[in-house]
Ligand binder design. Structure first.
Ligand code: ADP
Ligand code: MG
Length: 259
C-alpha cells in the first residue's frame, strides 16, 4: 500500500459518478508523486487519463475474448508451422497483423482432412485479432446453422443476423459437417450472402468445394456460395497427415502407424 493521503470523499464521489474507477484507484499515488516532484498540472492529468484509457482497453479486450468462444490454448504461438509445409507462416502472420482484409470483408478458407490443425490455426488467428482490438466469434458451423434455423422459425432471423454482424470475423468451423436436413432452410447461404464483401468469414472444411452440394439445398446455391466465398479469399490447403496421429507415433515409435 502507498503512504499517500487518500483522495477526498468529494473527489471519490465524482470519479464514481463519472465511471472512472482506475483514476479513483491511482489518484492518491499520482497526486502525491505530482506534488513531490512538482509536475505541471497537465502532466498529472495526462498520467491519470492514460491509466484510465489503458485499463478500459484491457477490459474491452477481455470482454471480446470472453464472447469469442475460443479454446484458450489454441494459439499461433503454439502452432507448429513446420508440420504443415503448405501453409506459409508469413502469410498467416500477415493475416494476424494486417487488417485490410477484415475491412474489406475478405475470407479465409482452410481445407484439409481431420486432425491437421485447421481449428487450431484459425483459433490462433482469432486470438491474435482479438489482441489487436477486433471482435470475432468462433462457431461450429452446424451449431450456428441450427441456431439460425430456430431464429427463422421464431421470426427472429434478422435480429440474429444483426447480432452476428458485430463480429469482424465469424468462424464457421467444420462446414462439411452441416447435415443434409439442415441444408433445407438455406440459412447458411443467406449468412454467406449477407456478409459478402462486408464482413469476413473463416471457414474450415475437410471436403473440397466439389462436395459442398451436401451442404446446400441445390447445386446453383452451392455455386453461388462458393463464388462469393472465394471472390476475396485466402485459401490455406492443409493436406498433411493428422498431427495427433503423428504425435502419437512420435511418442511410441515402436508401434506401427495406423489410421
Ligand atoms: P482439425 O481442425 O484440422 O481437425 P485440430 O485443429 O482440431 O485439427 O487439431 C487436432 C489436435 O492437434 C489439436 O489438439 C491441435 O491443437 C493439435 N494440432 C494440430 N496441428 C497442430 C500443429 N501444427 N501444431 C500444434 N498443434 C497442432
Ligand atoms: Mg477442427
Amino acid at each position: 500500500m502507498s503512504g499517500a493521503a487518500p483522495i477526498s470523499a468529494r473527489l471519490g464521489l465524482m470519479l464514481t459518478e463519472l465511471r472512472m474507477p482506475t483514476i479513483k484507484r491511482v489518484a492518491a499515488d499520482l497526486c502525491r508523486q505530482s506534488d513531490g516532484e512538482g509536475w505541471p498540472g497537465q502532466r498529472l492529468l495526462e498520467a491519470l487519463f492514460e491509466h484510465e484509457l489503458a485499463e478500459r482497453e484491457t477490459r474491452r479486450i477481455d470482454r471480446h475474448r470472453a464472447e469469442a468462444n475460443l479454446s484458450p490454448d489454441k494459439r499461433l504461438s503454439n502452432f507448429d508451422f513446420s508440420a504443415v509445409p503448405s501453409v506459409s507462416k508469413a502469410q498467416v502472420m500477415a493475416l494476424a497483423e494486417g487488417h485490410e482484409w477484415l475491412d474489406g470483408g475478405a475470407n479465409v478458407l482452410l481445407f484439409g482432412p481431420p486432425g491437421v490443425g485447421k481449428s487450431h490455426l484459425v483459433s490462433g488467428l482469432c486470438h491474435a485479432l482479438i489482441e489487436s482490438g477486433r471482435r470475432v466469434y468462433f462457431a461450429r458451423c452446424s451449431d450456428l446453422v441450427q441456431k439460425l434455423q430456430a431464429a427463422r422459425r421464431d421470426l427472429r432471423l434478422p435480429q440474429e443476423m444483426a447480432r452476428l454482424d458485430r463480429f469482424d470475423l465469424l468462424v464457421l468451423d467444420d462446414l462439411s459437417y452441416v447435415r443434409r436436413d439442415q441444408a433445407e432452410t438455406s440459412v447458411l447461404f443467406e449468412l454467406i450472402a449477407e456478409r459478402y464483401e462486408r464482413k469476413s468469414l473463416a471457414i474450415t472444411a475437410n471436403t473440397p468445394f466439389s462436395q459442398w452440394n451436401e451442404v446446400f439445398v441445390e447445386p446453383a446455391m452451392t455455386v453461388a456460395a462458393v463464388d462469393r466465398l472465394v471472390h476475396h479469399s485466402t485459401i490455406l490447403e492443409m493436406n498433411v497427415e493428422s498431427y495427433r496421429r503423428r504425435a502419437a507415433h512420435a511418442a511410441s515409435p515402436g508401434k506401427p502407424k495406423k489410421d
